[in-house]
Design a protein. Sequence first.
Length: 631
Amino acid sequence: MNKIDLKFLYLIVIFCCLTTITFAQAVQITVNATVNKKKVSPYIYGKNDFFDRSNQFYKEAGLRFARLNGGNNASAYNWQDKLDVHPDWYNNVYPADWDVPAQNINTNFPDMQGMFAFQLLGRVASSGQYNFNDWGYNQSQYWSGVGQNLAGGGVVNASGGSTATTDGNIDLFSKPWPADSSVGILNHWFGTNGLGLNKNQFVYWSMDNEVDVWNGTHDWAMPTLISASVFMDRYIELAKKAKAIYPNIKLCGPVTTSEWQWYKWSNESIWINGKYYPWIEYFIKRCADEEKASGVRVLDVLDIHNYPFYNNNDTAALQGHRIYYDTTYDYPGANGIYSSAGGWDTSLKKEYIFKRIEGWLNEEFGANHGITCGVSEWGTMSSSNPSLESVIYASHLGTFANNGVELFSPWNWSIGMWETLHLFSRYAKEYSVSSTSSLENTVSAYTTVNQLSDAMTVIIVNKDMNASHTVTVNLNGFSAKNGNSETLQLSSLPATETFVSHTDNALKKSTISVNSNTFTIAVPALSTTAVLLEANVLSINDVNTLPTDEAVMIYPNPVKDKLQVKLDLAIAEPTEMTVYNLAGQKLKVFTINSDRQVVHNLDVSAFSEGSYFLSVKNSRYKNSIPFIIAR
């Protein structure tokens, strides 16, 4: 083949590659600002475990929730003596003081919720005097025997594994800890002569940690797991005592370990009156039964942990957000769900765990129960690709915002996640609204509006690992300002951390053109793009220049509390008046009957500041008059 032929072939290859990129499937997204409007909980912007950066870093990132109870170490935390047991390190006892991070949150993070935990295990740390000498044994190196129960004078099994030659005496390093001792931390922090912490920043409390696997993680205290029923007795006793001290507390349970334990408590099969109950459904039933009997709410947030399994399959991991609500999704890591009907059925792969939970809650508590869902531990792929991690995390944040999830605090934290947290926490608005995509499982949109519905953020997540997509977004129920709107994009993230601050980060800023409530944008492979939109809002100057209408006059405009509506329609029939906001939502409808002049006082004191329209309509007259509420 000559040089000309080689050059021609090279050009064909390049053209084919470019064609593949250019003509990736186009996507249509429809946004409706009046459908499925839900308040977004700021506490989905959370993180687990310790603070290892400056306070300013977390403020700049927009962190709003911190679960700081130490995971498994929480179960044996002694708040009185400031000690806890490390069950994964010989059960050795070390100093631990929750007062310190709590005071840090109280002093430096006024917009943050700190989450800690009550102890239900029944024993807590009491002394480090009888720790196993791990330094003397192997200079504190990790080996397979770190799970042996050696604190309290145990004899090491040098062959390794989790079983010691002789277990230590638990009475030497721990002591009994009843419910009263657990809830005593509330008085210590918030009560008379306590630390004086602001209890409104410590509303959420875990009801211990991964209680369904205590016989594994805390076998030193519970070699055989208690029954589900006995555990619920413990749970309810402590919950009622906590509510008696702090009625507005939000109790979060059962803090299940992972997918298997959503459905199964140990090897127990729970049957009641001929009906099989998966573990979480049984937990919900017992909480509901208690509330009906005593009037005390013992569950406020149904809290789970999730460490999903994808067998190193990136494509599957990119669909992980579908585990919670998507009734069509076959989860490749399904396991515990096989037992959800009382037998073992491997055809059961559709997880939708939060949708199931919401169904169980409705069944046991009734509609409008107010109990929400949360994920207080979660693990990502821990991949070497920050863009992949970022998109997986973004899809979870968007899904949780859309569905009213109360809290979300990942345990594993990968490069790319700070950038994503910052983008959502700083630029998404307060209310989630409907977004539907023609290619939902590849390119999704998560849309939010502010309280006045005069600003909107559309966040587009492209989960395609190889191709960019051209996306056209059509807006409904929101009158977007024509012209250029700002975009913020995360894509092609490097292998090292890029987030430094609100002004020093990896966000790529650009603009797109918006015209007649439509815009088109190209989104790269594995990217998250926020489009910041403003509504067409009347200013006070705009109102002052509006033409007058002799038949219907409104004043004052702008108005503070009472709007005077003067009618002179010369028609003897009812006239319907409707107040709309800019999103087209009806806020107030009333009818005036008059055949001549009349002045109606319209009370708008309950409405927020912003722009509105008054629609006036009868058989001979129709008009829509803008007005502003300004205080």
